[in-house]
Ligand binder design. Structure first.
Ligand code: PMM
Length: 280
């Protein structure tokens, strides 16, 4: 495992910090730098292994912002958090944003496009020598829901991720710096997400740490819908998120990316006790 990748001896917990006005769950909550810092530090104190800071919403249908806006949102937050000793990843699809974030103290690049959105991304990450989280992605949020067509979702996601891994390696990213992520909800309908979660072994067999981002996503809202079909609101999806954290930890995920650190930390701790005969 790369020295900059958290390796806490259980499934890692990555806390989400979106400095955006429009992310589906925390959009608008942390646009103010002080609010963002307070929340980031609180997640870190609660035991997060990494704080993932993003400045562009990827919610379905979201419009893009320009790189300068993205940088101006996240840079002060990353500088302060990293300066306070917090481990920070940057959630961006742009090489210029990644470069600025790394210069400000981020130690990991989380690219939801797996390097596909910006041809300079993989080289930028390789030059910096930092870990690279490659998520499965087929297109920007404005039209991703139209791209959810698969022959066999598990095989297709595996093969498309393998192409992103090959491109990253070809650009000079070290093998031990790569983390893969199936990208739940990105060009995927609920049934695709469930099938991918059922077959995590296929992704694990690719030989890289696997990150899962299920936190409060739409497929949990539809699973927990009211009798009249109204989806459960994002605020009511936390217990289901923690259940997924426990289950994917038990299935060997390297990490979970979540909005609520406490509940998922408890969940992955339970999973690790169950799998460890030395535990109490
Ligand atoms: N999901 C979102 C954003 N970034 N990054 C990774 N690696 N995996 C994900 O599943 C993922 C991500 C969207 O959720 P948010 O709006 O709550 O950040």
């Amino acid at each position: 495992m790369h020295r900059l990748l958290p390796d806490p001896g259980r499934c890692a917990v990555v806390g989400v910090l979106n400095v955006t006005p429009d992310s589906f769950f925390d959009g608008g909550r942390y646009l103010d730098v002080d609010d963002a810092l307070e929340h980031g530090e609180a997640m870190w104190r609660a035991g997060a292994d990494l704080i993932d800071v993003g400045g562009e919403s990827t919610r379905p249908g979201a419009a893009r912002v320009d790189a300068d806006t993205e940088i101006s949102r996240i840079l002060p937050v990353i500088k302060e958090l990293a300066g306070a000793g917090v481990g920070v990843s940057v959630d961006t699809t742009r090489a210029a944003v990644a470069e600025a974030a790394l210069a400000a103290g981020a130690i990991i690049v989380n690219d939801v496009s797996g390097g596909l959105a910006d041809p300079d991304m993989a080289r930028t990450v390789a030059d910096a020598g930092v870990p690279f989280i490659l998520m499965h992605w087929r297109g920007h949020s404005a039209n991703m829901d139209t791209l959810a067509e698969y022959r066999d979702v598990v095989a297709d996601v595996r093969d498309e991720l393998a192409q992103r891994v090959d491109a990253a390696l070809a650009a000079g990213v070290a093998r031990d710096a790569i983390v893969i992520d199936p990208g739940l909800g990105f060009a995927k309908r609920a049934e695709h997400n469930w099938t991918l979660l059922r077959r995590l072994d296929v992704l694990r067999d690719m030989g890289f740490p696997v990150l899962i981002g299920a936190s409060r996503k739409r497929f949990l809202g539809s699973l927990l819908a009211a009798e009249d079909g109204t989806p459960r609101s994002p605020d009511g999806r936390e217990q289901a998120t923690a259940a997924i954290s426990a289950l994917v930890a038990a299935a060997g995920a390297w990490g979970v990316r979540v909005h609520d650190v406490e509940s998922s930390l408890d969940a992955v701790t339970v999973a690790s006790a169950l799998s460890d005969e030395e535990a109490p």
